[in-house]
Ligand binder design. Structure first.
Ligand code: MIG
Length: 819
């Protein structure tokens, strides 16, 4: 079929499907390049009025922008924060092509016809424009469109686009990006709440990324229309995309998050267990839930107040009839180690003349979106008729941020920006009118079609930046439902209104992995499912999986049975508590991973191929994942009782907390599906920092810092790290932090364990350390710390482990185990 040409193909597809052939949809192409204008950072090529600009904007990162009429769209990017030409860019113009070399990648602009390719320095092509269908634009009756088609290798896999439904590998399917309130979404629902037009292509261990920076309704087709090509494009805006070289997928993600920003270090409490429900009201109910959490000894750090705490659903109000002592309630929760998170939807109640300050002040500040005729855009949402802040204006974002003044003064700790697709009731498309007018700081205007997909992100941004202004010493916590690329700079997210079914439990992991691969590492879903009432087994399994999600929040809709940990009797409660306790025991490790994410963009939940790109067995694995660099989680996601089959990542792994070693092998491990918890493995060579169980992150853990050392075979090494700070302030930015690197070397004669203090600006809660070394086959003959014999150690021959207790170990040390 390859040789038959585009038109024939399109005609065939048309005959088969009844869809108008692409070629007939009025696409126009640049054709042959007529002029070449080399620049310091790349090149502009032109043909007639059309121009294409290809520039290097980082090592291995290129930006491609098409201007059909020769004018490059002046709309600034909402997503990109850092795109500067690297130190050395080489541009070479030959008869057939212009090449732009930056770092380890080359952009090749072929001239006849114009086609763009990307390759590594050795000439291996990574991504190339389709031969049949070069990039195109149209202003056909279908409206303005742009699109790029790329050759699709048979063995290439595609990941990203945020939390789309269905398998993690997007190959063979097509997706629309148009932020949508997708209540009741299912495995094939599309579009959903977020638009993150970024994906990673992965083929035989080599990866690249593409970020299509366009906020209009867009679409990605990964070979659904044809197996020969994949494509992306939008209904409006510019063909403006970034190619990001790897070759490792982790490198692609580091570069993508350098371009669009990273997640700031969250407050530690946000990594604790969070209890939510639509809604906990009145005040007595909130207090009761808090008391139950503590009575049942379910560790927890936050309680959410959903829309019913407000007066008539008007954002930034409190229903004082239901919550007579709102401030005192927040303080009382805080005294129990529970932070209060308040929902603050963006739709401001349209309430002229009623003394509702958010409306009055917004109107006075001209902060609301208007129709083309200048009247206010009004749409019905929870409060009834509502108006919508014009978040594209920085002065409106400032105004919005100021609305949080009272709540922050009352001691609320986090904010929940729901409904920000935006969701509008009882109107076509369930969102704002496409003609509504958004104003920009440069004085220009865009209609809603152009801004829709970034609107929710700007809501989260306004909240985050406002909180930073109000409480500059604290780390804001914002949870957003809608997002565009770059939203990770401002907010954590969740996957919206999932359902209490086994299917949705299984869908949770690919969604959260995909969010992490799309830059949004701080993500979770409604544990237990939002819609419907989960049977006890399902709810327990969901707690067990949620304990390994970056955001761990139990939430449920109004008409569902209770979802709290204790509602199904002592056996289920014990299993759920165990899962939550493990989360808290792992907090030193988790917090260290979150800090790494803030610097590198590497997610907290990682598909195995992110760390082991050659492990093709995992390219299509939607169930299992790495929790940070060292733990492998193989959750139980179905209610069946046949054996759970587990394939381990490459290398050697230990069953967590034991000396039982497993080597990755072809034949899967078969496990009884009813282990009490989630099957969990630690990498041989890992050093995992842990602590005693606490009821919330503000409680000082009893006893020492615990280090679990999983010994590799003789000749091997191990590594681990610990990051700690005060957990909530910005003081870490001025060096008030502790960073420790742990290591080990294993030889036939023994083991050498080391602690190296890399940064010593913060005194943590611990002074002593307890090291558990797993995989020690015989009793050591001697143990020395810095040359001195260690008194307090023991060997368990059954468990094949050594436990060493050391006082005053918050410094560099070297421990030698003679074997
Ligand atoms: O129209 O605030 O996804 O988590 O509980 C429903 C009420 C509005 C949708 C959110 C859900 C939240 C609910 N909200």
């Amino acid at each position: 079929m390859k040789g038959r040409g585009w038109a024939a193909l399109a005609a065939m597809a048309c005959a088969m499907t009844g869809i108008a052939p692409v070629a007939a949809q009025g696409w126009r192409h640049v054709g042959a390049v007529e002029r070449v204008e080399p620049r310091a950072d790349g090149v502009i090529v032109a043909s007639g009025p059309a121009q294409l600009r290809v520039t290097a904007v980082g090592e291995g990162v290129f930006r491609v922008t098409l201007a059909p009429d020769g004018r490059f769209d002046p709309l600034p990017s909402w997503a990109v924060v850092a795109a500067a030409a690297p130190a050395s860019v080489a541009v070479a113009d030959t008869a057939d092509a212009v090449t732009v070399t930056a770092g380890d990648a080359v952009a090749i602009v072929r001239k006849r016809p114009l086609r763009v390719e990307f390759a590594d320095r050795a000439g291996h092509v990574l991504l190339s424009d389709s031969q049949q269908m070069p990039m195109a634009w149209s202003d056909s009756p279908h409206g303005p469109r742009v699109r790029s088609w790329k050759t699709m290798p048979a063995d290439e896999h595609y990941y990203g686009l945020g939390d789309k439904a269905g398998p993690l590998d997007r190959r063979g399917r097509a997706f629309t990006l148009w932020n949508s309130d997708a209540y009741g979404w299912q495995g094939s629902s599309d579009p959903l709440y977020k638009s993150i037009p970024f994906f990673i292509g992965l083929r035989a261990g080599t990866a690249y990324g593409v970020f299509f920076d366009n906020t209009a309704r867009s679409s990605f087709d990964f070979g659904k229309e044809s197996e020969d090509y994949f494509s992306f494009g939008a209904e409006g805006g510019a063909l403006d995309y970034y190619f990001i070289a790897g070759p490792q997928p982790a490198r692609v993600l580091q570069r993508y998050t350098a371009l669009t920003g990273r997640t700031p270090l969250p407050p530690m409490w946000a990594l604790g267990f969070q209890q939510s429900r639509y809604s906990y009201n009145p005040e007595s109910k909130v207090r009761e839930v808090a008391a139950q959490l503590r009575e049942h000894r379910i560790p927890a750090d936050a309680i959410y107040l959903d829309i019913d705490y407000q007066q008539g659903y008007a954002p930034f109000t409190v229903d004082r009839k239901q919550f007579p002592h709102f401030e005192q309630m927040i303080a009382d929760l805080r005294a129990q180690g529970l932070r209060t998170v308040l929902i603050t939807d963006l739709h401001i109640k349209h309430a002229p003349g009623t003394g509702y300050a958010p409306f009055d002040s917004g109107l006075a500040a001209d902060a609301f979106i208007r129709n083309p005729d200048g009247s206010l855009y009004i749409g019905p949402v929870w409060p009834g008729d509502a108006v919508f802040p014009d978040f594209t204006l920085s002065r409106v974002r400032d105004w919005w941020g100021g609305l949080y003044r009272d709540f922050t003064a009352m001691g609320a700790a986090g904010y929940w920006n729901d409904m920000n697709e935006p969701s509008v009731f009882n109107v076509p498309g369930n969102t704002m009118s496409p003609d509504a007018v958004h104003r920009l700081d440069d004085g220009s205007q865009r209609d809603h079609r152009a801004i829709h997909n970034v609107y929710g992100m700007l809501n989260a941004r306004a909240t985050y930046e406002g909180l930073l202004k109000l409480q500059p010493e604290q780390r804001p916590f914002v949870l957003t439902r809608a997002a565009y690329a770059g939203t990770q700079r401002y907010a954590a997210t969740w996957t919206g209104d999932n359902s209490a079914t086994w299917h949705h439990l299984a869908q949770s992991t690919p969604n959260l992995l995909s969010l992490g691969l799309s830059g949004m590492a701080l993500a979770g879903d409604d544990v237990g499912g939002f819609i419907g009432s989960p049977p006890p087994d399902l709810l327990t399994r969901w707690y067990q999986l949620g304990a390994f999600n970056p955001v761990f929040r139990n939430h449920a809709a109004t008409d569902t049975r209770p979802h709290e940990a204790w509602v199904d009797g002592p056996q289920h409660e014990a299993l759920r508590r165990e899962a939550i306790e493990l989360r808290y025991r792992l907090m030193p490790y988790l917090y260290t991973v979150a800090e790494e994410n803030s610097r590198s963009g590497l997610p907290i939940m990682r598909p195995v191929f992110l760390q082991y790109p050659q492990a093709e067995a995992f390219y299509g694995n939607d169930r299992d994942f790495l929790f940070g660099p060292d733990l492998f989680v193989a959750p139980v996601c179905d209610g069946r009782l046949d054996a759970q089959q587990i394939v381990l990542p490459p290398g050697e792994w230990f069953e967590f907390g034991t000396s039982r070693r497993q080597v990755a092998q072809k034949d899967p491990i078969r496990l009884d599906p009813r282990p009490s918890g989630v099957p969990l493995y630690a990498r041989a060579g890992a050093i995992v920092p842990m602590q005693a169980v606490v009821q919330h992150t503000g409680e000082k853990p009893a006893g020492p810092l615990q280090l679990q050392v999983y010994l590799p075979k003789a000749g091997g090494e191990c590594s681990g790290s610990l990051y700690q700070d005060d957990g909530e302030s910005q003081a870490y930015k001025t060096g008030k932090l502790l960073r420790v690197a742990y290591g080990c070397e294993v030889s036939k004669r023994g083991v050498v364990l080391t602690s190296r203090i890399e940064q010593d600006g913060f005194a943590p809660w611990w002074g002593d350390v307890e090291v558990t070394v797993y995989g020690v086959a015989r009793k050591p003959s001697a143990l020395r710390r810095d040359g001195q014999s260690i008194a307090d150690w023991s060997y368990d021959p059954q468990m094949q482990l050594v436990v060493i207790r050391m006082e005053q170990a918050r410094r560099g040390w070297k421990v030698v185990l003679n074997l």
